[in-house]
Design a protein around this ligand. Structure first.
Ligand SMILES: Nc1ncnc2c1ncn2[C@@H]1O[C@H](COP(=O)(O)OP(=O)(O)O)[C@@H](O)[C@H]1O
Ligand SMILES: [Mg+2]
Length: 362
């Protein structure tokens, strides 16, 4: 069992806290875990298991970890069991406790897939789809799920000729609108714009983070989140509500503010809670998720409509995070949650191993 954490992402620090919570929850009589730290530059290092380190201490212990060349990008490590591997025993399952770019978007999942090792959570396609706000909206819409309408364009169009896109947004949505890079997380690069001037600045800012940018009408809505766990028969937790101070649930409100509160179960009536769970399960299926996902909703203030905002395939696992806490409230404590996720990783690997990889050459 290897827990990957850190990573070249704006969510590096959150990932360390998430991984610490996972390692502490894993049953030591059942799993032997090794810690694999990925630094801000993409270098991988392996912490000695007997050092008894937790992820949050690894980066400060240069002598307790063996560094892999950055260029190897993990292949050395994942070629576990080879004579020259730094590992004594092969790794049978990887828990990629990474958030954001490189960790949640299918890249690491592709590396793990190529390495033939089982891993927790969604596969390559599903991870990439859920990370991309435009691609996921298209599929959710096709599956008949309620989403927020949007317009998107390329970074190049914004830098070279933003006028036509500004016109389209103004005409279709008016103000205020939300502007987002298609692929980010933690609200990085997201701004609310109330005038054409602000809109242009927001588009230019979002274009710093991604090649594709989108705009949506700004809703007045409560934010409800639901944890989904499973494979072919996914189950949904009781929904939770995020209550924050400020204009929207930005980076500050997510990680720095003491005033952000997670309310579990969300104070909504039973019928709404049931609707959240049904929509969350459908979103999980529509985006081919496996293992886990957190489905985030808006509940509009005026019409009380539920809209799917986004699906996160590697949600936070820190002590205060919704995903583990919602399961705890629903009756699955963290150690059991980790067991199930690992079982699901192995189940998918077993099923994939049954697929034919030769056709006529047998
Ligand atoms: N259309 C919208 N209307 C109102 N608030 C929004 C809208 N889109 C995003 N937000 C606010 O911005 C936050 C971050 O946006 P989100 O799309 O969830 O991106 P991220 O992937 O960074 O979490 C949301 O949690 C919400 O507070
Ligand atoms: Mg979000």
């Amino acid at each position: 069992m290897a827990v990957l954490f850190g990573g070249r992402s704006t969510e590096h620090e959150v990932s360390i806290s998430s991984a610490t919570a996972v390692v502490q929850a894993l049953d030591p009589t059942r799993y032997e875990s090794v810690l694999v730290a990925i630094d801000h530059d993409g270098g991988w290092s392996l912490a000695e298991p007997e050092a008894g380190l937790l992820p949050d201490a690894v980066f400060g212990h240069a002598d307790a970890v063996a560094a892999f060349p950055t260029t190897a990008r993990g292949f050395d490590l994942l070629g576990a069991g080879r004579d020259d591997s730094a590992l004594r025993a092969p790794i049978d399952v990887v828990f990629p406790m990474l958030h954001g770019r490189g960790g949640e978007d299918g890249e690491i999942q592709g590396l793990l897939e190529l390495s033939g090792v089982a891993y927790v959570g969604c596969g390559v396609l599903s991870s990439a789809l859920c990370m991309d706000k435009v691609a996921s909206k298209r599929l959710l819409r096709e599956a008949g799920l309620p989403i927020i309408e949007w317009l998107d364009t390329t970074r190049r169009a914004i830098l070279e000729q933003p006028g036509p896109f500004l016109d389209r947004i103004e005409k279709r949505f008016g103000f205020p609108v939300f502007v987002k890079p298609a692929n980010t997380g933690s609200s990085v690069g997201i701004e609310r714009a109330s005038t054409r001037r602000e809109l242009e600045a927001a588009l230019r800012n979002a274009a710093r983070y991604d090649l594709q940018v989108l705009a949506e009408p700004a809703l007045r809505a409560r934010e409800i989140e639901c944890a989904v766990l499973g494979g072919y028969e996914p189950k949904c937790s009781v929904p939770g509500e995020i209550v924050y101070r400020g204009e929207f649930y930005d980076y500050e409100a997510k990680y720095l503010s003491e005033q952000t509160e997670l309310v579990l179960p969300a104070p909504i009536d039973e019928a709404k809670a049931l609707e959240v769970r049904e929509l969350a399960e459908r979103a999980f299926r529509a985006l081919s998720c496996w293992g886990m996902a957190r489905v985030d909703f808006f509940l509009t203030e005026d019409t009380r409509d539920l809209l799917v905002n986004e699906v996160n395939t590697l949600p936070g696992f820190t002590e205060g995070s919704l995903y583990p806490r919602a399961w705890e409230t629903t009756g699955i404590p963290m150690p059991e949650l980790c067991n199930r996720l690992i079982e699901l990783a192995l189940e998918r690997q077993r099923e994939r191993a049954q697929l034919k990889t030769r056709y006529r050459s047998e």
